[in-house]
Design a protein around this ligand. Structure first.
Ligand code: NI
Length: 263
């Protein structure tokens, strides 16, 4: 199985890296995308990708980490993404959850990073929390920047919002929340996303799925997300795995390793 969005780039949380990689391989993780939230975590993800054959990475500044955003970061991120395993810009977007959020600064950083993705000819990974209307309008204003694709990560909105994102050509990715027992609205979304636009992820170390809710999440747990999606969509699990594998490689082209034939 592929975990399209994980944060194993937390050395203090996952302990010995060799043991982590071995455990993930033993659990059947074929590939995972290790996602940055600022420059340092993006760099660390890129280094992990060099140390582990099935780890790829995304680089970007998360909207809640704009305080870390420094002059020259966009150039440094573009530089990182030239590496063979740099598959996307991310995670980027809007997060209005916390009080005192500078919404305008978030919109500027999001737009600048969408432009960066386009210049790098890469897809981007969108984080949107309590900001669906502005996310949608920024995407609509910047439709041309969607040329290389994008995914709404850890989708948790309504079926109507999902339909809007799908109309823009986005992929929709599900994480732990789709396994939660009170997720009726999300269950509906999981049923309507077309087979060629669905992705799955853990967003670890956050959002551990049922039945492990409340524990530290790991990419191994992505199987609970796949299993719940298979159940909701009435799709045999191996077929769902194949659909998501194909979608991941279609959106994140560098997962194919065709860039330089090395990986
Ligand atoms: Ni994330």
């Amino acid at each position: 199985m592929i975990d399209t969005h994980a944060h194993i780039n937390y050395p203090e949380r996952y302990g010995d890296e060799g043991a982590l990689f071995a455990g993930l391989a033993a659990a059947g993780i074929e590939k995972l995308i290790d996602v940055g939230w600022n420059y340092d975590s993006s760099l660390y993800a890129a280094q992990q990708a060099e140390r582990c054959p099935f780890v790829y990475f995304a680089a970007g500044i998360h909207p809640s980490n704009l305080a870390d955003f420094q002059e020259g970061d966009l150039e440094r991120i573009a530089q990182l993404l030239r590496r063979p395993k740099g598959v996307a810009v991310g995670e980027i977007g809007l997060d209005y959850h916390y009080d005192g959020t500078d919404e305008e600064a978030q919109k500027r950083a999001f737009t600048a990073q969408m432009e960066l993705a386009h210049e790098c000819r890469l897809p981007f990974i969108i984080h949107s929390r309590d900001a669906a209307a502005d996310t949608l309008s920024l995407l609509k204003q910047n439709r041309r920047l969607l040329e290389y694709g994008a995914v709404m990560h850890c989708f948790s909105g309504s079926p109507e919002t999902a339909a809007e994102y799908l109309k823009l050509g986005l992929y929709v990715s599900f994480a732990g929340p789709v396994t939660f027992k009170n997720a009726r609205r999300l269950d509906e979304v999981a049923k309507i996303v077309p087979a060629d636009r669905i992705l799955a992820e853990t967003d670890c170390p956050y959002l551990a799925p049922e039945p492990l809710r409340g524990t530290q999440n790991t990419p191994k747990n992505v199987r609970y997300v796949y299993e719940k999606l298979a159940l909701l969509r009435e799709t045999p699990l191996p077929l769902l795995e194949e659909q998501i594998r194909r979608n991941a490689h279609t959106l994140f082209k560098k997962l194919n390793g065709t860039d330089n034939g090395k990986i």
